[in-house]
Write a protein that binds this ligand. Structure first.
Ligand SMILES: [Zn+2]
Length: 592
């Protein structure tokens, strides 16, 4: 049993002295100098004609790994400083400097990449066999293949330059527009973030009023936002055309290292299993005394979970539950608590939200959150510790081989959260509490199966139309409402046509199709969880091996190797969906 746990993290063991740390300052100075020297070395590298003269290249790629470790160490520390105290001015300056240093490192990597591409295929193949590069073979080949699918360095460099104002700027403009929008509620102008929070109010009148104002506010800016969306999409379509890429989903699928077949199978299985989800929505409407749910009722609270627990209790609960699945994961977590890797104190001046960050040079992680004692906080704690465990499994790998895509990034965290959420439902002190916790789990399924699906349907439909020309506000509204009706099986009484305008994800230039990876990640973890429950403690080894490969395999190979399943076939997805449906059935039974 852990007791008397400290709720503030220990950063002193990384760099003593916080933002005033002389050790950190010296670390940054050295890194700065070393980057300059690295740039000179890269510029001087000659293309190797044979493997006999390729050694400097092999060494260079290996060295770059060490540089990324150092960069991440510095960036993580400064990120922690800024999160623990948003008023730390010195930390802000450090973040600015570290951003500049990161850009310098980025340009060295771009230079190296451009040169790497010119190495002749036979020499390249031999280089990949070398002891130092073999562990990076998947990632290096991926880089080369991705660059090869583009237009050639000269044109792509122009694309990169033009994209600043011609592409990313549309995303930035969107953010500017959103920042100016206010939603009048009760005579007060609320920001969109504030208004959004009001829409999960327990009072239906409040939700309905805010939603009406919400739609109106987005409607007033719809022309501008539609222009932003149209141009952003037009840019992408044109660029893909010039690169000879015929499918709009090609890039997002490749970013997530998955095939279209896998994606289609996943949506098909979900589609076939929506019946119980619709039943849940109907039951929820009854419980809320409504003839049916409107868009703004879907996330409305039924009954709030009210239990409060102490941080010590939460830590022991998480440890105990992890231990049932994996003693190794529990040991790791115990160590994390004992070494004060967790910042959970509820105090002013902290940044909102939660995250986990790794210090690769130190071989450690830190978890950040604000623990107020709710069961939701216990889940968050488990979630972030899941990330930390994932990090600990990958720690020995070269940084390049740790680069997992968005769709598997949440595997370990969701898995950890599921273990704890399931146990919390079982351990609930009252039937009301139990129902509230169960509903929390089901709501997540509703989001993944219905809401995210509607975004995917909208985006694929929108891109098809955009290929033929600009898409008007009215047409966008229509496409969105139709997508919502389709995804929700017509089960709602009112929809949110301007969702295309209010959802930030459609404007993310860094991640095209920022939707399906969420559902994939959720179901992938759920399927693993189903397997862990069936196999018991012997599964922990397989689980750790799977996590270790998340940054260096495509998802189909990852699942085949570690789970023995084919993601292009429905079976695995069905097993995952069944876990989610079990909660729904339980909910329907309890509320009969
Ligand atoms: Zn996460």
């Amino acid at each position: 049993m852990l007791s008397g746990l400290r709720q503030t993290w220990d950063l002193e063991s990384i760099f003593p002295g916080g933002s005033e740390s002389p050790e950190l300052a010296a670390y940054m100075d050295t890194l700065d100098k070393d980057i300059a020297a690295l740039k000179t070395r890269v510029a001087a590298l000659q293309l190797p004609a044979t493997m006999a003269v390729a050694q400097p290249w092999v060494d260079m790629i290996d060295d770059i790994q060490e540089f990324s470790r150092r960069f991440r160490q510095m960036g993580a520390f400064i990120g922690c400083l800024n999160s623990q105290n948003v008023k730390d001015q010195k930390a802000k300056l450090l973040a600015g400097r570290s951003g500049q240093m990161g850009a310098a490192f980025g340009s060295v990597q771009t230079l190296l990449d451009a040169k790497l591409l010119q190495i002749a295929a036979p020499v390249w193949a031999e280089m990949l066999q070398s002891e130092k590069l073999q562990p990076l073979a998947f990632n290096l080949q991926e880089r080369r293949r991705r660059a090869d699918a583009k237009m050639g360095p000269e044109k792509e460099s122009l694309v990169g330059d033009l994209s600043v104002d011609g592409y990313h700027a549309w995303g930035t403009l969107y953010n500017t527009i959103v920042g100016r929008i206010t939603v009048p509620v009760g005579g007060k102008p609320l920001s969109v973030g504030q208004a959004f929070n009001q829409m999960s109010s327990g009072d239906r009148e409040v939700r309905k009023t805010v939603f009406t104002e919400w739609e109106k506010a987005w409607g007033e800016q719809a022309e501008l936002i539609a222009a932003s969306l149209n141009h952003l999409a037009g840019y992408r379509i044109n660029l893909y055309k010039h690169r000879g890429w015929d499918s709009i989903l090609g890039e997002p699928l490749d970013n997530n290292r998955m095939t279209a077949e896998t994606l289609n199978t996943m949506w098909d299985v979900i589609e076939q299993n929506k019946g119980p989800v619709v039943q849940y929505l109907q039951r929820k409407a009854k419980l809320l005394n409504l003839p049916g749910l409107a868009w703004y009722d879907v996330d409305a609270p039924l009954t709030a979970s009210t239990s409060k627990v102490s941080f010590d209790w939460a830590a022991n609960f998480v440890l105990e539950q992890f231990g049932r699945f994996s003693p190794r994961m529990a040991d790791f977590t115990k160590m994390a608590f004992e070494k004060s890797w967790v910042e959970a104190e509820d105090r002013p001046g902290k940044r909102p939200g939660a995250f986990c960050t790794g210090f690769p040079a130190a071989g450690e992680s830190r978890v950040f959150m604000t623990f107020g004692g709710s069961m939701g906080n216990v889940s968050t704690l488990a979630h972030e510790l899941g990330h930390a465990y994932h990090g600990s499994i990958m720690r020995e790998l070269p940084p390049m081989a740790q680069g997992y895509a968005m769709n598997v990034a949440e595997t370990a965290s969701t898995f950890a959260e599921m273990i704890v959420a399931d146990a919390a439902v079982k351990a609930a002190p009252t039937p009301e509490e139990r129902l509230a916790l169960l509903a929390d789990k089901v709501e997540r399924t509703v989001t993944m199966f219905m809401n995210i699906h509607s975004r995917f349907i909208f985006e694929t439909g929108f891109y098809e139309q955009r290929k033929r020309g600009l898409v008007s506000v009215d047409r966008l509204n229509e496409l969105m409402e139709n997508a919502q009706k389709k995804a929700f099986h017509d089960s709602l009484t009112e929809y949110h046509p301007l969702f295309w305008a209010s959802k930030l994800h459609f404007y993310s230039t860094g991640q095209p199709f920022y939707n399906f990876p969420y559902t994939f990640g959720y179901l992938f973890s759920t399927g693993i969880y189903a397997r862990a429950m069936a196999e018991g403690p012997t599964f922990e080894r397989k689980y750790a091996d799977l996590l270790a490969d998340t940054g260096r395999m495509n998802v189909e190979d990852l699942a085949a190797k570690h789970l023995g399943v084919d993601l292009r076939k429905p079976d695995f997805w069905q097993s995952a969906v069944d876990v989610a449906l079990a909660d729904i059935n339980e909910f329907l039974k309890v509320t009969e």
